[in-house]
Design a protein around this ligand. Structure first.
Ligand code: SIN
Length: 319
């Protein structure tokens, strides 16, 4: 007997490009939407074997033809499933064209303490780089996360509130955005909501402002700027790293020398959007803000450390 715990998720299929097939793997338009069954979509994602999945084909349409009758059936299927105490959450596969309407419809009528996650794809299942399998995996993982309760849309690694999602592009893989809040993300199976503000840093106006600079990793970056700044007395360094937090070998060595010399370091990504996912191998502290904001963070952090030192010294003097 298998006693392994597996999250239980119901997947309701309604069709769309996620279930679409084209004649050629190079084709992203002119395909037939709603051709594959929800079981076939699940079978195409080996990582889903780790979940206890139930599937049901509620409809099989190109979502340009979404109807009130399908909405009514979908609502009934979701409500029935929400009554099943063993179920962690529900995923609905859908076409992208009217996804925002179905998501809004469900968001306005469902009262749910579980995640109800809609997902879709911009490329047919036959495409050389189909987006559907990853979207489906993300959606199932999200559906097992009780903190994502409510109606959500999970697309291209982003999680949107069902009432605020909108399709912004007719072709791009990252075709969805939100009309309201910043979206949350699904990255490597982890659901991350927009970062809550950390605790405020106490601010003492009469302390001196430290010297903090920013350097960037780049082609040919040899770390000389870091050494020069340390020799000149810099107290904090923001390192705008490439991609997901990487530094050239020479820059990393220079940063380590700086750290040893007592310079406060923080690493951010130099990419225009997103943040460093996970902890890079170099182990340096990372922040998910811009380099300019990270510089402010270091200014405040160093000032706070100075204030603590001053308080400790005063306490010592008092005996
Ligand atoms: C549809 O909305 O069903 C077709 C288009 C798509 O899913 O991207």
């Amino acid at each position: 007997m298998d006693f392994t715990f597996r999250h239980r998720v119901l997947i309701l299929g309604t069709g769309g490009t996620i279930a679409g097939v084209a004649e050629s793997s190079a084709q992203h338009t002119g395909y037939r939407a709603a051709a594959l069954s929800v079981e076939q979509l699940v079978a195409a994602v080996p990582a889903l074997a780790g979940f206890d999945l139930e599937t049901r084909q509620v409809a099989q349409v190109d979502s340009k033809n979404m109807s009130y009758a399908i909405w009514t059936d979908l609502h009934a299927a979701v409500v029935a499933a929400l009554g099943d105490g063993q179920l962690d959450g529900i995923v609905i596969t859908h076409g992208t064209d009217t996804l925002e309407e179905t998501a809004y419809f469900l968001a306005r009528i469902l009262v749910t303490a579980k995640p109800v996650v809609l997902t879709a794809a911009m490329r047919p299942a036959t495409a050389v780089s189909a987006d559907g399998p990853q979207n489906l995996l993300d959606a199932v993982q999200l559906a097992t996360n009780a903190s994502a309760a409510g109606v959500r849309v999970c697309m291209h690694g982003q999680v949107f509130a069902g009432y605020a999602v909108r399709k912004r592009h007719p072709y791009a893989v990252d075709a969805f955005t939100s009309s309201r809040e910043r979206s949350a993300t699904m990255e490597e199976g982890f659901y991350t909501t927009p970062a809550a503000l950390p605790e405020p840093i106490p601010f003492e106006p009469d302390l001196p402002w430290p010297w903090v600079e920013a350097v960037s990793n780049a082609a040919g970056q040899d770390g000389r700027t870091v050494d020069a700044l340390v020799a000149a007395g810099v107290q904090g360094l923001v390192v705008a790293a490439t991609g997901n937090g990487t530094l050239s070998d020479a820059l990393l060595e220079a940063v380590r020398r700086a750290q040893k010399a007592g310079v406060e370091i923080v690493v951010v990504s130099r990419c225009a959007e997103g943040h460093i996912v996970g902890q890079p191998e170099h182990g340096l502290p990372v922040l998910g803000v811009t380099a300019a904001q990270a510089r402010v963070e270091l200014l405040l952090l160093i000032r706070w450390k100075q204030a603590m030192q001053r308080a400790r010294a005063a306490a010592k003097q008092r005996g």
